[in-house]
Ligand binder design. Structure first.
Ligand code: HEM
Length: 472
């Protein structure tokens, strides 16, 4: 393993353009077939800066942590996130997310981020812990020993309910199941367009059957959200403590509040950003613990030791060091966000190579998290690497599942608390065997396990006693 930084000490201003071009069509075909293999292959054969053309666009793949850090830190000065470029592509993406935090830019994004940030402060997030644990308990209460189920599907339903309650303060069957069904359809539409970069590029006026389905699902979802917003605006301030209440009540310095359209875009964005990512992480956890009974035993022992016969609480999560290492290792090996994009507004140079303004700069967590310069035996699932000092001196951005810089994931704390709390709650009660052993990452919005994570419940323990209120 080498940890030498190949970055030259001086960067030539007359740098040559990047090395080699492979025909654009073959790239597109390879990207559609297996984008992970394409990125891996480019990095292995061409190094940390690789230029390529795909369907008429100029792309660059950056894979050195220093370059990735630089782009992330300069993101709000000199780069766009690239969704303006998506005006010609990404129909479902644009129509679903609108101008929410993920897609917006400039001063509009800055204001929205400032307004949304308080909803994600530590104390606020801990307020969602009861929902996370009690919904998980309710799900386990329905399980029977000997029953087979797909953990990916179950984790998807659970994270949807948690998100509906934490974000909209609702879990009434009718509303949340209408919202969930609509979102399922939107997600299917997302994936169908993503799977075909050709479909995705058809102009908006082309009404494919997929787009018609997506439009009707978006209309349905918008109806539910509009109802939530109407009810909340009518309620006296301070009566709710969910994300919607925070956003409805948030005021900028000059007293302006979010419009209904802004609220809608932010809520849909949060819901989509939160749900797929946490589902995928939880599903992979059950896959790996199922494959490694020795490790699963250690996790169960740790959870028992920390919580005894009581329900998990957020205050004790820092004591779950092994479980947290399992989560970190899943996020390393199968990062839900497996690539991000930026578009430089002016020409920039990386490692002596000029990258032209307007290029689509791709950076892939999948590639850097598997780089042998930073991780030994990078393709091995080995949570102990996070406990025995091997990862103590990682360069920043060698491990970056939540991005970084000003546009770092706003939901990092929420996601980590949810994943560890849900996993601990299940680990307390379920003993299972894994039925699917041939599971591979399917690179869509996230790296979801395909075909799923089917398990057989061997035993289900009784519900633990509720935890006593923590004494501050
Ligand atoms: C394991 C779970 C998650 C992972 C791995 C993840 C990953 C990421 C990454 C990498 C970014 C940066 C994208 C970029 O730079 O282009 C991001 C942004 C974002 N994430 Fe997450 N995320 C997760 C969970 C969540 C949750 C639970 C929420 C909401 C509660 C959320 C909301 C957002 C939002 C709103 C942004 C855009 C932030 C901005 O640009 O200001 N994410 N996420």
């Amino acid at each position: 393993m080498t940890t030498t930084d190949p970055r030259p000490t001086t960067i030539s201003t007359a740098a040559p353009r990047l090395r080699e071009r492979i025909p654009a069509v073959s790239h597109l075909r390879a990207f559609i077939r297996d984008p992970l293999a394409l990125f891996d292959g480019m990095h292995a054969s061409h190094g940390d800066v690789v230029e390529f053309f795909m369907a008429g666009d100029r792309w660059v793949l950056l894979s050195h942590p220093e370059d990735i850090e630089r782009v992330h830190l300069e993101t709000t000065r000199g780069y766009r996130k690239g969704y303006q470029e998506y005006k010609k592509i990404g129909y479902v993406f644009r129509h679903t997310l609108g101008n929410g935090l993920v897609t917006s830019e400039g001063s509009f994004w800055r204001t929205q981020r400032r307004l949304a940030q308080p909803a994600f402060h530590g104390r606020r997030i801990r307020g969602y812990a009861d929902v996370m644990v009690s919904y998980t308990q309710q799900m386990i209460d329905k399980w029977q020993p000997g029953q087979d189920f797909d953990m990916r599907i179950l984790m998807g339903g659970l994270t949807q309910r948690i998100a509906a309650m934490s974000f909209f303060g609702t879990d009434t069957e009718a509303e949340s199941s209408r919202a969930s069904k609509a979102l399922d359809k939107i997600m299917l539409g997302f994936n169908a367009e993503l799977a075909s970069m050709v479909l995705e590029r058809l102009p908006a006026f082309v009404r494919t059957p997929n787009r018609r389905r997506v439009d009707s699902a978006i209309a349905d979802f918008d109806d539910v959200v509009a109802e939530f917003v109407r009810n909340r605006r009518a309620a006296p301030e301070g009566t709710h403590s969910d994300l919607l209440a925070m956003l409805v009540e948030a005021r900028d310095d000059d007293g302006t509040q979010m419009t209904d359209q802004q609220l809608r875009d932010e809520l849909v964005t949060m819901y989509v950003a939160a749900q797929e990512t946490t589902t995928s992480t939880l599903a992979w956890i059950w896959y790996f613990l199922g494959r490694r009974p020795d490790l699963a035993r250690r996790v169960y022992d740790e959870v028992d030791e920390v919580f005894g016969g009581q329900s998990p609480t957020p205050e004790k999560l820092p004591q779950l060091k092994l479980l947290r290492a399992v989560v970190d290792e899943v996020l390393r090996l199968y990062p839900p966000a497996w690539r991000v994009f930026r578009v430089p507004e002016e020409d920039v140079e990386f490692r002596g190579f000029r990258v032209k303004a307007g290029t689509m700069v791709a950076m892939s967590q999948w590639v850097t998290h598997r780089d042998p310069r930073w991780f030994d035996k990078p393709t091995e699932f080995d949570p102990d690497r996070w406990l025995d000092g091997r990862t103590a001196k990682l360069p920043k951005y060698a491990y970056w599942p939540f991005g970084g810089g000003p546009r770092v994931c706003i939901g990092t704390g929420f996601a980590l608390m949810e994943i560890v709390l849900v996993a601990a709650t299940i680990a307390q009660r379920l003993r299972y065997t894994l039925l699917d052993t041939e599971v591979t990452p399917y690179p869509m919005i996230t790296l979801r396990p395909d075909p799923g994570v089917r398990v057989r419940a061997e035993s289900i323990a009784d519900a633990p006693t509720p935890a006593a209120d923590p004494v501050d």
